[in-house]
Design a protein around this ligand. Structure first.
Ligand SMILES: Cc1cc2nc3c(=O)[nH]c(=O)nc-3n(C[C@H](O)[C@H](O)[C@H](O)COP(=O)(O)OP(=O)(O)OC[C@H]3O[C@@H](n4cnc5c(N)ncnc54)[C@H](O)[C@@H]3O)c2cc1C
Length: 510
């Protein structure tokens, strides 16, 4: 294959890693990264988390830079859900946290060592670059994506909640999820250590709380590029216990709504998009950097395998779509869970923690019980209302087998075979993933208009998770018992839903 000229727009994780992998394998290619920041130290944000499986993938692609990432990272902390004086420990995953700045330093150094030209302080327009291949790794606000919008299709959805990415000048002992209520409403911190002297403090709230606390005003009064000092001081007071009296650090920290990017196509002509430019996944799943780095692995593999650039791009998209779609779906569900956190924040802590662990739908109860047996036993006790001496061998089956009593209904198990036993009930269809949409409000109005009785939610098989999530909303807002109909393939999600109070009864339709 003849030598190529590759121009990369954006020196974030995706761009630097793609450059390193290309140049490492084809030293004869000319690979240039253009980064508009003057230095990696100028980057936004604080620490990010990489999972054990991501690290394994990096190790397989390039052991040298993977070792650099490991040694610059901070590993081995447990998870803790913390609410006032209560707390619950969750299993410590194989996760590694690393400062964004440190990650870029490692990737930048390895790219340069491989012979990549990394040109900082260069804001370039991808459309004007003269190259065989242009890789647009220009992030969530990708100008390339905007310029090629007509060819790439897709959409951008803004989150309902608001987040502020701040830091703290010390290393927490664990990764902490801490809800705190002020006179204006609920704020939740997702905090974890990422170096011996730094922690990420990512704080979320809902729009009403944000406005009520005057943060809309302070956000609009903050000059571009600065941190919202008034919000930082407010949150310092709210999270005094978690911060141990320390100040919150800002790094261009301002309230934002998460932007979810979906594209119909990831390439056009000689330009291909990777990382956040092509797709984003809500940060509560901690997978945006993972996807960006894994895109770089896949794309470079395809570019190195074939002479024809369009074939390489098509293969890259074909290979990566399924994983990206799956992570985007998981992340969207996680996002909705966190954006509606206030409605379930009062639940018993083991139930809340089990709900947190199973929120995205990629962890079943048996696996959770294997990792966190005490947590699951406490959740089973809250569900049954009496002590549970030993964890059952099949947690899901145990959950289904528990009786359910409601007014005149006295059922031996949580699985309903024949809905006629419910007597008079309210039957509604729902197959949409988003239980907080405008359409969902109409369903809630319909439930309100039919007082009394169980609500029975039916619909297409693919909508099972959305039905479970709408059931939870109905239970929380209207205090009505809900039966969810779903296929047997959703058995794990159904068991978790029952245990975490998302629904009361299930019916398998196949
Ligand atoms: C609050 C928050 C928390 C997160 N936490 C995690 C986490 O724990 N784990 C995780 O895996 N992910 C996390 N992420 C996601 C992660 O930050 C992104 O997915 C990741 O940075 C994407 O990498 P990227 O290289 O595609 O884009 P970016 O990191 O955004 O890099 C793009 C680069 O392109 C440069 N650029 C843009 N336009 C131009 C131009 N025209 N010319 C030159 N340069 C340009 C920018 O300056 C930037 O350096 C989080 C995101 C947020 C918002």
């Amino acid at each position: 294959m003849c030598a190529r000229r590759v121009e990369i727009v954006g020196g974030g994780p995706a761009g630097l890693y793609a450059a390193r992998l290309l140049k490492l394998n084809r030293p004869d290619w000319q690979v240039t990264v253009h980064e508009r920041m003057q230095a990696h130290a100028d980057t936004f944000g604080f620490g990010v988390v990489l999972t054990g499986s991501t690290l394994d993938n990096l190790e397989a692609a390039d052991p040298e830079s993977a070792a650099g990432i490991r040694s610059a990272g901070h590993a081995g902390h447990a998870l803790r859900l913390h609410r006032g004086v209560e707390q619950i420990m969750l299993h410590g995953a194989r996760n590694l946290a690393i400062g964004r700045h440190a990650l870029l330093e490692v990737l930048g150094a390895h790219a340069r060592a491989a012979g990549v030209r990394v040109r900082t302080g260069e804001h370039v327009d991808s459309v004007t670059l003269d190259a065989d291949v242009v890789i647009a790794a220009d992030g969530v606000r990708s100008a390339t994506r905007e310029k090629l919008a007509g060819d790439l299709g897709g959409d951008l959805q803004m989150g309902r909640g608001l987040y502020l990415w701040c830091g703290a000048p010390f290393a927490l002992t664990d990764s902490v999820f801490a809800p705190v209520r002020t006179e204006h409403g609920l704020f939740v911190a997702h905090a974890y250590p990422y170096s011996p002297e730094r922690s990420t403090f990512l704080i979320e709230t809902d729009e009403a709380t944000w406005r009520g606390a005057g943060m809309e005003t302070s956000a609009s009064a903050t000059p571009a590029g600065d941190s919202d000092a008034a919000s930082l001081r407010y949150l310092e007071r709210a999270f005094r216990a978690e911060l141990g009296g320390c100040a919150l650090l800002g790094n261009r920290s301002r309230w934002s709504r998460f932007a979810t990017v979906h594209l119909d196509r990831w390439y056009h002509g000689n330009t291909v998009l990777i990382g956040d430019a092509a797709h984003t996944a809500h940060y509560t799943l901690g997978s945006g950097t993972k996807l960006a780095l894994e895109d770089a692995i896949a794309l470079t593999g395809n570019l190195l395998a074939t002479e024809d650039v369009s074939t390489a791009f098509a293969e890259y998209e074909r290979n990566r779509r399924p994983a990206v779609d799956r992570f985007q779906q998981l992340a969207a569900r996680s996002q909705r869970w966190w954006e509606s956190f206030g409605s379930r924040a009062h639940r018993p802590l083991p139930v809340l923690a089990t709900g947190f662990m199973t929120r995205a739908g990629n962890l079943d109860l048996d696996r959770l019980a294997g990792n966190s047996p005490d947590l699951v036993r406490s959740a089973l006790e809250a569900y049954r209302g009496e002590p549970v001496a030993e964890l059952p061998a099949d947690v899901a089956a145990w959950v289904f087998e528990q009786p359910w009593v409601h007014r005149t209904l006295d059922l031996a198990t949580r699985i309903v075979q024949d809905p006629e036993i419910l007597g008079e009930h309210t039957e509604l269809d729902w197959s949409d993933p988003d239980p907080w949409s405008h359409e969902a409000r109409a369903v809630l109005d319909a439930v309100r208009a039919n007082p009394g009785g169980v609500v029975r939610l039916r619909g297409a098989d693919h909508g099972a998770q959305g039905r479970i999530d709408l059931a939870e909303r109905i239970r929380l807002e209207l205090q009505r018992p809900v039966l969810v109909e779903l296929p047997r393939s959703a058995r794990d999600g159904a068991a978790a839903a029952l245990l975490c109070g998302r629904c009361d009864l299930v019916r398998f339709t196949d």
